[in-house]
Design a protein around this ligand. Structure first.
Ligand code: GLU
Length: 591
């Protein structure tokens, strides 16, 4: 541990808050593109996100005395401005935090929650699931947002500044604007049909009916005002105040334009659902891998359990220095762990998740005995995490994998006191449900499409919709300690490929001897218990094809960020060099 100091004492907090407030004066009138680099090494704290403005705002908070939690909230709020199609206050996420003062890891479950009126067949009409494209753009798919409650909870628990102060940098970016890049244009273009269907969305993102252009300045004064409101009145405004009423109205009567070709179903959300929302603290998942302690997100995310089970399976196999065998095992362990995820993991308030068994060495050994020199036929069946691990059982019939979206964002922060945050947040689909709350500048989530609409598991599906239930997630913010001190923190977007992205970066870094930059940049492959492995174009398939793996193309998998605490005491912050247009890493002090 580098230092166990933590900036909680009142005087430090007040000084930090004053410094942050003083620094909030508007800067240059016309925003310029912010330089971004994917790798930074230094001291005093670090931030890695997909976006240069968000990273800059996070670093500013650290420079002025804020801690890793303050920086994470400030950066996340900025992503709500500059990456509005992947995250924002209309969505949810999972926050994992290493507290240097106590040497402990904590998590916040900020997952969106289904309305109380939701039933297991709410996404079924006349006996058939409603078309996925309809569900994605609907009121029906909107869960109670968890992101505002996550920010407030994180700041209350471990932060040193108020929400108002934490939102200041983001508010400034929303008001002054940011310079549009190609990724923003592409992501808007991917949503043109949906945004055109709603006046509020078209007014914000398709001004004068057109796409924004690269190099133009995008301002979102409505969102600046909304952040101001939350800063002044607190997040209660979104759960019980006027904003809550507006969200309910938008969900129940989506502002669809007349003559829109889209079928937009209304949602079930009521004010009481918003008022009842909490973002609970949850015990993190924990497995040991290669002598390191790997902490992750517990259910309702399947991130921690699936990454953890796969690592346990890998560790249960005999050591190998062979690169092809290492990648073969990564694919096999991932498929086995996904079979178990699909069968056993859902909202723990509704289903009994055998988490302890799923993460036990005994179960991992039983699953590992299925892994041979060549590829298993996929899909593989789930195992039996019952505490009795004596044989190598013959698998029963396999269930199928549900589907996930391809959006979301992950950020990682570290401060000079040794605190670390890994935070993944989302509005589910790219563009959420496509509906901007009128006059408020943010999109609503369509997270409830993460439920399985019908049973995928022979009558035992743990992820069917339910009243007040949280849909299973794949988000996998992960923090790894070495001898009780932070070593590595990471995460990624990408639907269920989040899990394999985190796993592959870890295998690259810990087993294949890559540096963190190489581990993040390396071409990816994902095996989620499907017939074919999906792989990026650069992934070397031939040696694995020789072992029986079949492949399908996936142009781009994930967009990771990570921070490593190096032996010399410095921090290495890493983002993607090219995926999603490249990310942004920065440190407080460069050598
Ligand atoms: N909603 C997904 C989840 O929670 C993430 C969406 C994405 O990454 O595209 O697992």
């Amino acid at each position: 541990m580098r230092s166990s100091r933590h900036p909680r004492p009142l005087v430090v907090a007040v000084v930090a808050a004053l410094a942050l407030a003083a620094g909030a004066a508007p800067a240059a009138a016309h925003p310029r593109p912010v330089d971004k680099v994917p790798v930074a090494v230094g001291t005093g704290g670090a931030v890695a996100t997909v976006d240069a403005d968000a990273t800059r705002v996070g670093i500013d908070v650290l420079r002025r005395g804020g801690n890793a939690v303050d920086a994470a909230v400030a950066a996340a709020a900025t992503l709500g401005v500059t990456e509005p199609f992947s995250s924002g206050i209309g969505g949810g996420g999972f926050f994992v935090y290493y507290d240097a003062a106590s040497g402990t890891v904590h998590t916040i479950d900020g997952r969106e929650t289904a309305p109380l009126a939701m039933r297991s067949d709410s996404f079924v009409e006349n006996g058939v699931p409603i078309p996925p494209a309809d569900a994605v753009t609907s009121g029906l798919s909107v869960g109670v947002p968890g992101t505002p409650a996550t920010w407030q909870t994180a700041l209350d628990q471990w932060g040193s500044i108020s929400l108002r102060t934490a939102l200041r940098g983001a508010t400034d970016v929303a008001r002054r604007g940011f310079v549009v890049d190609q990724t923003f244009v592409d992501q808007t273009a991917a949503n043109v049909t949906r945004f055109s269907a709603f006046r509020s969305s078209a007014d914000l993102f398709l001004r004068r009916g057109a796409l924004p252009t690269v190099g133009s300045v995008f301002r979102n004064p409505d969102l600046a005002d909304t952040y101001d409101l939350l800063g002044r009145k607190g997040v209660g405004e979104l759960y019980t105040g006027r904003l809550a009423r507006e969200i309910v109205t938008t969900v129940q009567r989506p502002p669809v334009r007349r003559h829109s070709p889209l079928v937009v179903r209304p949602g079930l959300l009521e004010r009481a659902d918003l008022a009842a929302y909490v973002a609970p603290l949850r015990e993190p998942t924990l497995v040991s891998y290669r002598g390191l302690d790997v902490y992750g997100m517990a259910p309702p995310s399947s991130g921690g359990s699936t990454v953890g089970e796969a690592l346990n399976i890998l560790e249960a196999l005999p050591a190998t220095a062979d690169r092809t065998q290492t990648l073969h095992r990564y694919l096999e362990a991932s498929a086995l762990a996904f079979a178990d995820r699909n069968r056993f993991v859902g909202d723990p308030a509704f289903v009994e998740v055998p988490l302890r068994e799923l993460l036990s060495d005994g179960f991992a050994a039983e699953r590992a005995c299925q892994v041979g020199a060549t590829a298993l036929t996929k899909p593989v069946a789930p195992g039996t995490p019952d505490g009795d691990y004596t044989g190598c059982p013959v698998p029963a019939a396999a269930g199928t994998e549900g589907s996930d979206g391809q959006s979301t964002t992950h950020l990682t922060t570290a401060d000079r006191w040794g605190n670390v945050v890994a935070y993944t947040l989302t509005i589910e689909s790219l563009g959420g449900n496509g509906i901007v709350v009128p006059g408020r500048g943010f999109l609503l989530n369509n997270e409830l499409t993460d439920f399985n609409f019908t049973d995928t598991q022979d009558g035992t599906d743990p992820n069917l919709p339910g009243p007040g239930k949280r849909p299973r997630s794949s988000m996998a913010p992960t923090i790894i300690l070495a001898d009780g001190s932070p070593f590595l923190a990471l995460g990624s977007p990408g639907g269920s490929t989040i899990i394999t992205t985190v796993l592959q970066v870890l295998v690259n870094r810990l087993d294949l001897g890559m540096t963190l930059e190489e581990a993040v940049a390396a071409p990816r492959a994902t095996q989620r218990n499907t017939a074919a492995v999906q792989a990026e174009p650069g992934f070397d398939r031939a040696p694995l094809q020789a072992l029986g793996h079949t492949f399908a193309d996936n142009p781009e998998i994930g967009a990771a960020t990570a921070i490593e605490h190096r032996d010399d005491g410095s921090l290495l912050a890493v983002a993607e060099p090219t995926r999603r247009g490249g990310g942004s890493a920065a440190v407080v002090h460069r050598p």
